[in-house]
Structure formats: structure tokens, C-alpha cells
Write a protein that binds this ligand. Structure first.
Ligand code: NAD
Length: 361
């Protein structure tokens, strides 16, 4: 939560208590929360009806919450099954921000989009700062400096934001995405869509589908000359629930020019670029390859503000006359509810955990 939005929670009828230092890393001092009408209290979580966080509480803290307490946070159900089990066993009602259905009505609650927007913008700043050349065309008395060529792979929320940022900085931008609608979206940002002689891959809900290895290899082959020609390459491709696809091999990066920069925004989920390392910068051939790590946290104030507004919008949906009263029949509430009343409501997680716990016993 950020201080400027505390009054939206009080307007909904809630009292707000914040742990000391909770906002310090996001440039929100304790006094700002106090001035906004919140109390700053080391025992804020105890006795709370709803606990709001970015990362989920640890299992030991979840276990100590009274039955019926609700938590709203990111909750990676596939990678942290022990947290789901702890919330279930403590009869906590746990909501996962990443599970909010991506339907129009829930757009204002969609934290994946708001954080991807921050990451996409930042990825271009990371690339721009590392590129030791002008981004825009410069016509000077000493001659014309050509603009930088930026290539973006994956044109979802993050990719489109990277494109928009690169365009504002004056670069020439080319982009590719497997979805059918992507070419038009790329062009609407002022970039040049890369058209490959390949089928588009549209999955459920407008997301990408996984590629066959044959298609992936052909895509890499067709993209090779574009990658070789780019001054900076930004990769943002993801397929929901899967490891990120490898779009660019080491061999392709080795063909880039001296001074080239690669920012792999998908590094944390496996990487779009072979050889990228999360949280590190490595040289591959002539290119500096940046493996991005928790990029929204590099812009903590705006990322937190957007996230806090997403949470408030979800909370407003679950508040009736000043009381926290989630309607589990509502598609959005049901969609992001992981545990409630001692049960796992999110079916894929329930199945995965039943498998794991079945094996353990
Ligand atoms: P994402 O983070 O899952 O993936 C990023 C991009 O990578 C996607 O555009 C995907 O098509 C692309 N990609 C996957 N495999 C690829 C490959 N092999 N080569 C090139 N590109 C590849 O996606 P996202 O940013 O969350 O959004 C994807 C779509 O969902 C977009 O159309 C977006 O507009 C839509 N969306 C809708 C809502 C809503 O209605 N509430 C919210 C967010 C996003």
C-alpha cells in the first residue's frame, strides 16, 4: 500500500495498519502513512481481517493467522505449494493477484499487466543506458548520425511498453510476436512489425501457444538476420504456465555487432536468450547480455502505486457496506481465490498438491 492511496481504503470503511518500514524501500516513509490516516504498528498483521502484501507471507506467518483471515498478495501457486498448504491448514482465505482473470471488468485489478508495464518501460531504459550511442537520428553540421535500431521480441504488455519507450526516445524499432493481433498492435506503437513466413500461434484467451520444436527452429533461423542487425535486442516472450521459449541462441547473439546490448526480460522464467543469467550481465560475442531480475522493484514507487491501486480495486469488489464480504460466485473473486475455509479452491493447485501430498504419505 502507498500513503496516497490509504484514504481510498478508509473511504471503503477500513482501518489501516502498516508494519514499520513496510514502505521504506518504495520511498514511502512511516510518517507519510501516519499523515494519510494509517497507524504504524509492529503488530499490524495480528487481528487484521485482510492482510495486503506484495510477496506472500511466509508459511510460519500464515500458520499463525486466525482462521478466516484473508490475504491478498502475489502467490505463486506452482512454485510455492507449501504456502498454499499453510494457508489451507490455517483456514486462511488467500487471494493470488496473478490469478485474477484477464477479462475487461478486471483490468483495473490486473497486477500482472501493471507490473509488466513497469518492466517493459524499464527494460528500454536498461538497454538505452548500456548502449553507447545516440538513440534518435541526429542531423548536425558534423554529419548525420543514424538512429539506433532496437528489436523487441514478444509484444505483450511489457513488449509494447518497451516499444513505446524506444519510439519516444527516437529509435527505429522492429518487433515480432507469434500472436495474430500483434502486427497491428506493434504498428500502432509506431514500430515496424517483422513479418515471418510462419503460422501465427494463438492460444486460449488471446495468449500465445507453445511452439513445436520445428517451428521454433525455423523462427530462430528467420529472425537471425534481424538480430544481427539490431543495436539492442529486448526479449519479453512468455507462454502462460510454461518456461519461457528460447527465441535467440548463443550463435545468433554472436552475430551481433560490437557495442550491442541484449536485455532478456524473461531471464527469471528460463530466458528467451540462450546464455543469459538472471541478475547478471555477461558478454556473448560482442554483445552485453543483461539477464533481468525483478525489474518492477527497480522503480518501486510507481510500481507500488500501480499495485496498490490494483489491490484496492479488488478489495472494493469484495467490500459491501464497509464490511469485507467476498462473493465467491463472482468470476473475479472465485478466479483468484486459492484457499478458503480449509479447502483449496483453485483446482489446478488442488490437483497438483493432492499429487504431491499423496506421494509424500
Ligand atoms: P505474456 O507475458 O504471457 O507474453 C508476452 C508476449 O510474448 C505475448 O504477447 C506472447 O504472444 C509473446 N510470445 C510468446 N511466445 C512467443 C514466441 N515464441 N515468439 C514471439 N513472441 C512470443 O503476455 P501478456 O503481456 O500478459 O499479454 C498477452 C496478451 O494478453 C496480449 O494480447 C494482451 O493485450 C492481452 N491481455 C489482456 C488483458 C485483459 O483483457 N485484461 C490483460 C493483459 C493482457
Amino acid at each position: 500500500m502507498v500513503p496516497v492511496l490509504v484514504e481510498k481504503l478508509t473511504a471503503l470503511g477500513y482501518e489501516v495498519a502498516v508494519e514499520p518500514g513496510a514502505g521504506a524501500d518504495a520511498e514511502c516513509p512511516d510518517d507519510a502513512y501516519r499523515e494519510a490516516g494509517a497507524t504504524v504498528d509492529a503488530t499490524a498483521v495480528e487481528g487484521a481481517a485482510v492482510v495486503i502484501a506484495v510477496q506472500p507471507l511466509e508459511a510460519s506467518r500464515l500458520s499463525r493467522l486466525p482462521a478466516g483471515t484473508a490475504t491478498i498478495s502475489f502467490l505463486p501457486t506452482t512454485t510455492s505449494p507449501e504456502l498454499v498448504a499453510a494457508a489451507r491448514d490455517a483456514q486462511v482465505t488467500a487471494f493470488a493477484m496473478e490469478l485474477i482473470p484477464r477479462i475487461s471488468r478486471a483490468q483495473s485489478m490486473d497486477a500482472l499487466s501493471s507490473q509488466a508495464m513497469v518492466a517493459g518501460y524499464r527494460s528500454m531504459m536498461i538497454a538505452g543506458e548500456r548502449l553507447r550511442r545516440f538513440l534518435p537520428l541526429n542531423m548536425t553540421a558534423a554529419g548525420t548520425v543514424p538512429p539506433a535500431e532496437i528489436m523487441v521480441l514478444g509484444a505483450g504488455v511489457a513488449g509494447l511498453q518497451a516499444i513505446a519507450t524506444a519510439k519516444r526516445l527516437g529509435a527505429v524499432v522492429r518487433a515480432y510476436d507469434v500472436r495474430a493481433a500483434a502486427a497491428e498492435e506493434i504498428a500502432s506503437m509506431g514500430a515496424k512489425p517483422i513479418e515471418l513466413e510462419l503460422d501465427t500461434l494463438e492460444g486460449a484467451g488471446g495468449y500465445a501457444r507453445e511452439m513445436t520444436e520445428d517451428r521454433a527452429a525455423r523462427q530462430r533461423e528467420l529472425l537471425t538476420p534481424y538480430v544481427a542487425n539490431a543495436d539492442a535486442l529486448i526479449t519479453t516472450a512468455a507462454v502462460p504456465g510454461r518456461q519461457a521459449p528460447v527465441l535467440v541462441t548463443r550463435d545468433m547473439v554472436e552475430q551481433m555487432k560490437p557495442g550491442s546490448v541484449v536485455v532478456d526480460l524473461a531471464a527469471e522464467s528460463g530466458g528467451n536468450v540462450e546464455g543469459s543469467v538472471t541478475g547478471e550481465e555477461v558478454m556473448i560475442g560482442n554483445a552485453l547480455v543483461h539477464g533481468a531480475s525483478n525489474v518492477p522493484s527497480q522503480m518501486p514507487a510507481p510500481a507500488s502505486r500501480l499495485y496498490a491501486q490494483n489491490v484496492i480495486n479488488l478489495l472494493a469488489l469484495m467490500t459491501v457496506e464497509g464490511e469485507f464480504a467476498p462473493d465467491f460466485e463472482d468470476e473475479v473473486v472465485a478466479g483468484c481465490c486459492v484457499t478458503h475455509g480449509g479447502d483449496i479452491r483453485h483446482q489446478p493447485t488442488a490437483k497438483a498438491l493432492a499429487g504431491k501430498e499423496g506421494t509424500a504419505t
